[in-house]
Ligand binder design. Structure first.
Ligand code: GUN
Length: 288
């Protein structure tokens, strides 16, 4: 058996097309396009690439995109002042600070400083709380992209055993919430989990988000399972995921490749969160 390879580029283009239509409708109605600002602190090469891609993608769907690049030694107070200005700027609908940030800055402080209405990463306490409650809110982009891919391939979620490997705030935790909301039976595994291979073998849906190159081997996978590889690891052999791709292809029912799998979905859902944030903000002001 050979796994169906899930095409993240095609799925992302589908999402971007939907966003493009919403952006055009928003611009017709409000006389301006939704605005997205990406803030980067320092010159980490990976962050630089991600931020450029996000900006290009935003422009590609008709949004106004701005990048703010601050020096690596920026203090929390200086970053706060930048975020306060963006919070107050009516032309800005979405603000994100590229992670990781230098050590003198606090990710939780940053998440709290971005106004919840503009928190298009969905990392702030207000939006994560809404996600737990099942209320409308910007949902973290990567796990939202994973759900879209599962649905696009009509992979059954209700009643399925799902194992999420990794408990990060960006992927693992919100992924578990989204799968639970769709009535999967979810187990969150992490570095202290006992007998991880045996646990993974129970998974109908296996989401790998640990950041360890090819950690998940073919014999950890239940035959026919949907295997979603969120890992993006730079190695001497190039970019690899958290799943041993060649082995997984022989066993899995569905598999996302790296690159070209989950990666493109993350940016597509950032755009989707931004146009929705813009609609919510202006919708709310019209009712005042
Ligand atoms: N770093 C890695 N993933 C992400 C993400 O989704 N958003 C932000 N802001 N930074 C990241």
């Amino acid at each position: 058996m050979s796994a169906t390879i899930i095409d993240g580029k095609a799925a992302a283009e589908e999402v971007r097309e939907q966003v493009r239509e919403k952006v055009a409708a928003f611009a017709d109605r409000h006389g301006r396009s939704p605005g997205l600002v990406g803030v980067q602190v320092g010159d980490d090469p990976a962050s630089e690439i991600y931020q450029k891609r996000k900006a290009e993608a935003a422009e590609g769907v008709g949004m106004i995109s701005r990048r703010v690049v601050l020096p690596a030694e920026t203090t929390q107070a200086e970053l706060d002042a930048v975020l306060d200005d963006l919070n107050a700027d009516d032309a800005v609908d979405g603000v994100l600070v590229q992670l990781p940030v230098p050590d003198q800055l606090s990710e939780s402080h940053i998440a709290a400083r971005i106004h919840p209405d503009k928190d298009v990463d969905g990392f702030g306490a207000a939006n994560l709380g809404r996600l737990v409650r099942g209320e409308p809110a910007p949902v973290p982009c990567t796990p939202q992209g994973v759900m879209y891919m599962l649905d696009r391939h009509e992979i059954p979620i209700e009643g399925a055993n799902a194992v999420v490997v990794g408990r990060s705030l960006i992927v693992g935790k919100p992924q578990a919430l989204l799968l639970t909301a769709r009535s999967a039976t979810v187990t969150v595994a992490h570095s202290r989990t006992r007998d991880l291979p045996a646990l993974c073998r129970t998974a109908d849906i296996l989401v790998a988000a640990v950041g360890r190159p090819e950690m998940i081997r073919g014999d950890w996978i239940k035959p026919g399972a949907a295997v979603i590889d969120v890992g993006i690891n730079r190695t001497d052999d190039g970019l690899v995921g958290d799943v041993a791709d060649a082995e997984a292809r022989e066993v899995a029912g569905w598999l996302t490749p790296v690159p070209g799998g989950v990666g493109p979905m993350t940016i597509a859902f950032l755009l989707s969160n931004t146009v929705e944030a813009a609609e919510r903000r202006l919708g709310a002001s019209e009712q005042e």
